[in-house]
Design a protein around this ligand. Structure first.
Ligand SMILES: [Zn+2]
Length: 512
């Protein structure tokens, strides 16, 4: 919990306040399971309903225990870690996004219903559905008529990784042919697309046809390893040129070729979309809509003022998975990735912006637990060391850019604070899944608190949107100038030796 140390006093004050207000509004709810109905403790706060995590998980046969500053929920040997300082819980190598951070009342954790949905879908074959009208939290078998498949392709540390994620387990076989792999599915699946080309060193295109997936490679000497991971069920193909690399020996080649050093391509990621609406303001403004409006303006400003090539991960109200978002950035060989969100708070009056970057270090304790659970689940199908290595590959991709990501996040936070004149909420580190796997400096910004009525109404106004867009544009410009100066394409580097990490990153990014 190292990452939250500077925030502890704020968090404690916030919790004390939340506890008082929350305690005044107990609003019981019903937990409905196949075993019957039972009352559960629930409280109402800032338009959100919070349920006692202990009540619900115990009713399902699991446990919730306190763990340092946070909590641990365990069910069917699957453990989720969560705490009042983040609206993201961690289960295995995955994140559970909640509408608001958990609250703590009398030492017990209260969470919004998304926690149960996220946890149960990974620990059981059940799903959780909350009906605010009847106040029934229903836990029922997941209603999946057909198994869906999602695809992500990214080149990390010289390995092209194809990850097929399924909504259930599938039977399959893999056939290697000249310049091609074919996966034959013996379980019917619903493919995400018929055909898609990729800008990847080894993967040319993926074609779903009936019960098979053809993976067309760019060259006949591309070789691969295939393996599966559970919870969710995934088939992973690691592709590279020539002789196989022994586990533990990651190639030290640059992650991707950089034709032109400097910041030229920027991928902007409007958070959420489609049925994933994100946080909702008291007057009904949805995060997915607010982020799209701001990101469209930001894309226009960045391409006009910086002459950058700007790509949006979604241009309309569509669902884009977290994996896909960084995949898009990797495919476009982006030099910067920025995910844009709106914040939600338990405490009334929370306002201002927050900028995050991904830190493996900070998430160590949670990530370790996640990896342990995953290894326990997949033990027997592969050596532990190997699966460990595969699991952290995605994190390694971003770790290489941590120093740059932190500078980028810092520039954004400073410009936003200056523009809005609000208190410095500071740059934070957190295991945001949307930043995992990005092979470029990446940050996530929570522009304003959509749950704060004042900020919600500001978010709808042109002048506030423009103020935020101008501030972020200035920040990108600042970071670009700073970075390009450091790698010596604006002016030669000074004789004084910059910090070692900076030198390494710059050298890798110019391909020397
Ligand atoms: Zn969000």
């Amino acid at each position: 919990m190292k990452r939250f140390t500077p925030l502890v006093p704020v968090a404690l004050a916030a919790l004390a306040l939340a506890s008082i207000v929350l305690a005044q509004q107990p609003t019981p709810a019903t937990l409905r399971t196949p075993a019957g109905d039972r009352p559960i403790a629930a409280v109402q706060m800032s338009g959100q309903t919070y349920f006692s995590a202990g009540d619900v998980i115990a009713a399902l046969g699991g446990t919730v225990t306190s763990d340092g500053n946070g909590f641990k929920a365990t069910l069917n040997n699957v453990t989720a870690a969560f705490g009042p300082d983040s609206r993201f819980g961690v289960v295995r190598d995955d994140l559970i996004e909640m509408a608001a951070p958990p609250a703590v009342i009398d030492g017990k954790p209260y969470v919004t219903w998304q926690f149960f949905q996220g946890f149960l879908s990974r620990a059981t074959n059940n799903e959780a559905v909350w009906d605010p009208v009847t106040r029934v939290l229903q836990v029922r078998p997941a209603q999946r008529d057909q198994i869906t498949a999602q695809v992500s392709v990214a080149n990390i540390q010289g390995i092209s990784k194809i990850v097929l994620t399924f909504s259930g387990s599938v039977e399959y076989g893999i056939v290697k042919q000249q310049g091609m792999y074919t996966i034959l599915f013996r379980t019917p699946i619903r493919p995400p697309f018929a055909e898609q080309a990729f800008e990847d060193p080894y993967v040319q295109k993926l074609v779903f046809n009936g019960n098979e997936l053809r993976i067309q490679l760019t060259a006949p000497d591309v070789v691969g390893d295939a393996y599966r991971l559970e919870n969710p069920f995934r088939i992973v193909l690691d592709l590279r040129k020539g002789a196989p690399v022994a586990p533990g020996q990651l190639p030290v080649t640059p992650s991707r070729p950089v034709e032109q050093p400097g910041i030229h391509t920027i991928v902007i990621d409007p958070g959420h979309g489609g049925k994933e609406v994100g946080a909702i303001g008291p007057a009904g403004l949805m995060e997915k809509d607010a982020t799209l409006i701001v990101c469209r303006k930001l894309a226009a400003a960045l391409s006009n003022k910086l002459g950058a090539r700007v790509v949006l991960t979604r241009e309309d109200d569509s669902v884009v998975s977290l994996d896909q978002r960084t995949s898009i950035a990797n495919q476009y060989k982006a030099d910067l990735f920025l995910s844009v969100h709106m914040n939600a708070a338990v405490v009334k009056g929370a306002h201002g912006s927050e900028t995050y970057f991904l830190s493996l270090d900070a998430s160590d304790e949670l990530a370790k637990k996640a990896a342990e659970a995953e290894n326990a689940a997949s033990a027997g199908t592969q050596p532990t060391a190997t699966s460990d290595l595969k699991l952290i590959l995605w994190d390694l991709a971003q770790q290489e850019y941590l120093n740059e990501s932190s500078r980028f996040a810092q520039a954004i936070q400073e410009e936003l604070n200056r523009a809005s004149g609000v208190q410095n909420r500071g740059v934070k580190q957190a295991p945001f899944k949307v930043l995992v796997g990005a092979t470029m400096p990446a940050a996530l910004v929570e522009i304003a608190f959509i749950t704060n009525p004042e900020e919600e109404s500001k978010l709808k106004k042109d002048d506030f949107q423009n103020l935020m867009v101008d501030a972020i544009t200035r920040a990108v410009q600042r970071y670009k100038t700073d970075y390009e100066t450091r790698i010596g394409i604006i002016q030669p580097p000074t004789p004084a030796t910059p910090p070692a990490a900076t030198t390494t990153t710059a050298a890798k990014r110019t391909g020397t």
